[in-house]
Write a protein that binds this ligand. Structure first.
Ligand SMILES: Nc1ncnc2c1ncn2[C@@H]1O[C@H](COP(=O)(O)OP(=O)(O)OP(=O)(O)O)[C@@H](O)[C@H]1O
Ligand SMILES: [Mg+2]
Length: 332
């Protein structure tokens, strides 16, 4: 039988998600059982581990064939990869945005049919809107629904870090787009706007923007490009033209605020909540702030020994959250 130490190591490796370690310990247990004459148990355990190992390697195969997931040279410092399992239903979107996102998904799902008729699916999206309204979440949902990896590129970091070589770094990223189909999120794309650069960097930023525009135009990959910004007024008109779909995210209306709260409090009793009071308290808050407030109210209730959320707790939590005055913070 397993020793106490082996059991503890099993639990720990399970908690760490360290499959190889978990199986290695299970095999040690099997070996020990065999040594002490429990051959049937040892064989069963060995077969079980073999079987599970095969299954895990099959399910991780997708990740293994994505070349940029391996920190290959420079690329690893330019983008981060994740495999979101976000779904459309997780997002609270206006009817218009929801319809556009579904259309993009449909075209992507049906890209072979479209190709048959010489048509290409929408694949370049520009997401505009205040913080916490679902831009990054939309990129995650695209990746999740399409079963693609999400590659996040922080343009501002790349520009600051690689001043002078930024265009060359962008070239590497656009090469990756061709090599590995995925959703490529260029966050804070307004970093390419000259207005944000220090006077001595303006020429360089202009060059970077021009390279970016050129790469966007030339890109014939199968990847989905998502660019996001809180500062659309900084964007060059030439940039807008390169996108198939421009999605304007706004603060939630009352119905959306209610939906965000309901989603976040799905496992709690909320039948007694006064929605008119809650949605008034949520006005002016982003989806993200409303979700955080709902969670804070839930924590307060749980710690007070209740699973029923009180309107007073929710309203207080909503009123605590910072509101965006106007649309955005102009100090940036
Ligand atoms: N439309 C939405 N529907 C449901 N939840 C949302 C929505 N928007 C934001 N959230 C919640 O807020 C969190 C942060 O949102 P997200 O990162 O998508 O905002 P963002 O628009 O990318 O903001 P930023 O401009 O600051 O990057 C999400 O993880 C989610 O929990
Ligand atoms: Mg974001």
């Amino acid at each position: 039988m397993a020793t106490n130490d082996q059991l503890k190591a099993l639990v720990k490796s399970h908690a760490d998600g360290d499959d190889p370690q978990f199986y290695a310990i299970a095999m040690q247990v099997a070996a020990k059982a065999a040594r002490s004459g429990q051959s049937k148990f040892a064989r069963d355990l060995r077969d079980l581990v073999d079987d599970l190992r095969k299954r895990t390697s099959a399910s991780s195969r997708v990740a293994a064939v994505v070349p940029v997931t391996q920190p290959r040279g420079e690329l690893s410092s330019l983008l981060t990869v994740s495999y979101p399992d976000a779904r459309l239903g997780d997002l609270v979107l206006s009817d218009d945005l929801g319809a556009r996102l579904r259309q993009v998904l449909l075209e992507q799902h049906q890209r072979d049919t479209l190709a048959h008729h010489g048509l290409r699916p929408a694949r370049r999206l520009l997401l505009i809107g205040p913080p916490g309204t679902g831009k990054t979440s939309t990129a995650r949902v695209l990746a999740g629904e399409l079963g693609l990896p999400l590659f996040a590129i922080r343009l501002d970091t790349i520009i600051t870090k690689f001043m002078g070589e930024t265009a060359a770094k962008l070239r590497l990223i656009f090469d990756a787009l061709v090599e590995t189909r995925g959703v490529y999120l260029f966050d804070e794309v307004d970093a390419l706007a000259g207005d944000r650069a220090a006077a001595n960097d303006v020429g360089e930023i202009r060059r970077v923007l021009n390279s970016f525009l050129q790469f966007l135009e030339e890109d014939a990959s199968e990847s989905v490009i998502v660019a996001a910004t809180n500062h659309p007024q900084l964007l060059d008109n030439a940039l807008y033209r390169r996108f198939d779909t421009v999605m304007n995210f706004v603060l939630p209306d009352d119905a959306s605020a209610q939906a965000v709260i309901k989603n976040r409090l799905a496992i709690f009793h909320i039948s007694n909540l006064s929605w008119p009071r809650a949605v008034v308290a949520a006005r002016g808050l982003s989806h993200a702030e409303i979700a955080t407030a709902a969670e804070n109210a839930a924590k307060r209730s749980v710690l007070a020994g209740r699973t029923r959320i009180l309107t007073d707790d929710l309203v207080a939590a909503l009123e605590e959250r910072p509101r965006l005055t106007g649309q955005r913070d102009e100090s940036v």
